[in-house]
Each structure stands twice: as structure tokens, then as C-alpha cells.
Design a protein around this ligand. Structure first.
Ligand SMILES: *Cc1c(COP(=O)(O)O)cnc(C)c1O
Length: 415
């Protein structure tokens, strides 16, 4: 199918132009300028021979929307443009994408190496579902490149990476670990949700397959769910085949929302990460904050690697509040410009403690073992004005300071 990425040579243009134009079709029915939502389960044919050719993949066209759908294909083309990928395939959610990629390439007797800090759902696939299929899983300390390399060297079929991680924003050196994986012939999969395609290009760093939760920054408005997978066609066709059979296809309505959201990706990310940097720097000066995690801070343990492999540091920040969960419960309701919710990547700022968001599946003991403090708050910085977000945080911290100063008196009265 003809699309504008070929016409404009989108490799030579800026991120904003790419976000708007990549994957867009030249012609739509009725001369519409926007991608139509093709809400049709099946596609009709008068000519049985033509139908047969399309069904066999010998001619272009559509048969049944679990296999492929025009709106969904436009979304897939759009991601290819942003990730510089040959091919992409969309799923109903990010977890459908991630689990499908793992189930496509792993089977009884295979081994996968990953890190302890992967997304909670991904971690459940590693710890609960893959071992049942006879796949052995080794989860390494995320900060220890030496341990990850040593485990890869023992032999594995898949190396699964996620960077920056959720919610502690750890950074792993993609190039270095890809080199180790290539030595043992392992397939490398990377979750690029937090970085977004604008800030990090894992395929250029040697990764084979990139996965995204399109629910987050790609869609950007927290009103649709989706997942995307991209890489070389030889690999993606296997994943597409798996999707046809397991059925976790994306519906065209969600695909349309995600396409619409992706057009403003560059605009959003520029604003969001410039605010994130300012918020991270402000939090460093706040006495009620024990520590701040943001890859754009020179104090970040892997700041140097982040500078090398990322073009921007992203819109996710996390910090540990002095006083733990009790203080979190006092602080969060005071914030005016932000939802408290288990989501990220939207135009609104979103606050959430690890206990109820990224690590809701874990017990307190598991969170402690992972180094995730009860006072940890994750911020997905939205597109609000930077000064308003900082002023909002300042007034909320001021409130907490007053409450914590008066707390002993209140307690005395109760006693
Ligand atoms: C949200 C998220 C996922 C899962 O995506 P869903 O669309 O919620 O299924 C996977 N990886 C990361 C990093 C995420 O933030």
C-alpha cells in the first residue's frame, strides 16, 4: 500500500513531521483526509479466484479483521516510520503484544534472560506462565551488567530488556547487552514504552524486536488501549501469525485513537520531558524527598549510558518521600493538577505509588526485595505548564510539612 512515508522521504525530517505524517495513506475513500475507521469484521468478494489469492497472501487485500484491518495497518505503518522498522503488528493491549512475542519465540526447553525490574505484567509472564510451558527464566539484578552478561553467556534463546525501567527509572546499556546476546545467538526484545521511539531507537542499537504499550505515550490521551511490536519482517511475520491464531488483535476504533494521538507525540514529549527535568531538579531541593530517580539527572547512576543511547530522558520521574506510605497518603490528595491513577503517558500528569501501580501484584516483602520503598511515588509528567506543576507540588509539600509538624499534637489529643 502506498503511504506518504515514501513520498516525503521521512527519514530526513524532524520528529514533529514524522509523528504527523509517517504511515499516513495518500488516498482515502471520499477524499477524506483522515484515516477511516473500517469497522468491518470481514471483506466481501464476488470473484472467488481473487478471494483465494488474497486469502493465500498472493494478492493484497483483506479477508477478516482478526488477520488484518485497514485502520490497524495504518497504525502499524505509523510505528514503522517512527521506529525505522521494516514491519509492525498491533495487539489489543501492551501485554497482549509482549506475551505474544514471548510465546512466539519461546518453547519447551528454551531459556530467557531478563531483569528483575521489568513491567509487572511482563514479570508475571516470566514467573508464572513461561515456567509452566517448560521455559526457564533467569531474572538478573537490573543494575548489574556483569551478572546479565554472565547469564547470557550460559546460553539463552531470548534476552528481554526494558529501559528506562518502571518505576525506578534504571537504565540498562542496550548495545553492551546486545553484543553479549549476539555471541550466543539470542533474539533480543526491548520494551521501548517509557523512552518512546523519539528518544530511543533500540533497533539501531541492535535489538531485534521492539515492543510498546501503545496505551501510554503513543496514544497519549489515556482513552484507548493497544500494543505494538516491530522489527524485521522475517521475525514479525511469525508474530503476526501468532496473533491471527491467539486472536489478540486490535480493534479499528482503538487503532484510530492511537493514530490520532501519535500525531502529537513529538509535541507532547518535548513539553513533557522538559517539565520532567525541571520537576526532577526541583524535587532534589525538597527536604521531604529522600531521593529522586530521573535519567536526566547527572546524579543518576547510569546518566552516562542514558546520554549515549537516548536523545531525550523521557517524561517519567519517581521520588521517595520521607515518611513512607503515610506521607504519600497525605501528599497525593493535595495535588490539584494530576490524576492519582495506575496509568502513564497521558496529557494529564498522573501520580501513583508503586504499591498501587507498577508493583500492585507484589507483596510488601517482594517490593522491599526489589528496593521499592513504600514512599516511592511515580510521576508521569503531563503537558500542563511546567511552572503550574512545580507550584502544585510545592503547595502539596507545604501541606505535608504542616501536617507532619502538627501530627504529634493531634496524636496527644487522641491518647
Ligand atoms: C503499561 C505497560 C505495559 C503493558 O501495557 P498494557 O497496554 O497496559 O497492556 C508494558 N510495558 C510497560 C513499560 C508499560 O508501562
Amino acid at each position: 500500500m502506498k503511504n506518504k512515508s515514501h513520498i516525503f522521504g521521512l527519514n530526513n525530517v524532524g520528529d514533529g513531521t514524522r509523528s504527523v505524517w509517517s504511515g499516513e495513506q495518500v488516498e482515502h475513500p471520499y477524499r477524506a483526509t483522515q484515516t477511516p475507521i473500517v469497522a468491518s469484521a470481514a471483506y466481501g468478494y464476488q470473484d472467488i479466484d481473487e478471494w483465494y489469492d488474497v486469502a493465500l497472501g498472493a494478492a493484497p487485500g483483506f479477508i477478516y479483521s482478526r488477520m488484518s484491518n485497514p485502520t490497524v495497518e495504518t497504525l502499524e505503518a505509523k510505528l514503522c516510520g517512527l521506529e525505522n522498522a521494516e514491519s509492525a503488528v498491533a495487539f489489543s493491549t501492551g501485554m497482549a503484544a509482549i506475551s505474544s512475542v514471548l510465546y512466539t519465540f519461546l518453547s519447551n526447553g528454551s531459556r530467557v534472560v531478563s531483569t528483575k525490574d521489568s513491567y509487572g505484567g511482563t514479570n508475571k509472564v516470566f514467573e508464572e506462565f513461561l515456567p509452566r510451558m517448560g521455559v526457564s527464566v533467569t531474572l538478573c539484578e537490573t543494575h548489574s551488567h556483569e551478572q546479565i552478561e554472565a547469564e547470557i553467556a550460559k546460553g539463552c534463546e531470548v534476552l528481554y530488556l526494558e529501559t528506562p525501567t518502571n518505576p525506578t527509572l534504571k537504565i540498562v546499556d542496550i548495545k553492551r547487552l546486545v553484543a553479549a546476546a549476539k555471541k550466543v545467538g539470542a533474539l533480543v526484545i526491548a520494551d521501548n514504552t517509557f523512552a518512546t521511539p523519539l528518544n530511543q531507537s533500540p533497533l539501531e542499537l541492535g535489538v531485534d524486536i521492539v515492543v510498546h504499550s501503545a496505551t501510554k505515550f503513543l496514544s497519549g490521551h489515556a482513552d484507548a488501549m493497544g500494543g505494538l511490536v516491530c522489527g524485521a519482517e522475517a521475525l514479525i511475520e511469525k508474530v503476526r501469525h501468532y496473533r491471527e491464531i491467539n486472536g489478540a488483535a486490535l480493534d479499528p476504533f482503538s487503532a484510530y485513537f492511537i493514530i490520532r494521538g501519535m500525531k502529537t507525540l513529538a509535541l507532547r514529549i518535548r513539553q513533557q520531558q522538559s517539565s520532567a527535568q525541571a520537576i526532577a531538579e526541583y524535587l532534589l531541593t525538597e527536604p521531604l524527598v529522600e531521593s529522586v530517580n530521573y535519567p536526566g539527572l547527572p546524579s543518576h547512576p547510569n546518566y552516562f549510558i542514558a546520554c549515549q543511547q537516548m536523545r531525550g530522558f523521557g517524561a517519567m520521574v519517581s521520588f521517595v518521600l520521607v515518611g513512607g506510605m503515610e506521607m504519600v497518603k497525605t501528599l497525593l490528595p493535595q495535588l490539584q493538577y494530576g490524576h492519582c491513577a495506575g496509568n502513564l503517558g497521558a496529557v494529564e500528569t498522573i501520580y501513583g505509588p508503586a504499591r498501587t501501580t507498577s508493583h500492585v501484584e507484589n507483596t510488601l516483602e517482594e517490593r522491599i526485595a526489589l528496593g521499592i520503598s513504600e514512599g516511592l511515588v511515580r510521576i508521569s509528567v503531563g503537558i500542563e505548564d511546567t511552572c503550574d506543576l512545580i507550584a502544585d507540588l510545592k503547595q502539596a509539600f507545604e501541606f505535608v510539612r504542616n501536617v507532619s509538624c502538627s501530627a504529634p499534637c493531634a496524636k496527644d489529643e487522641v491518647d
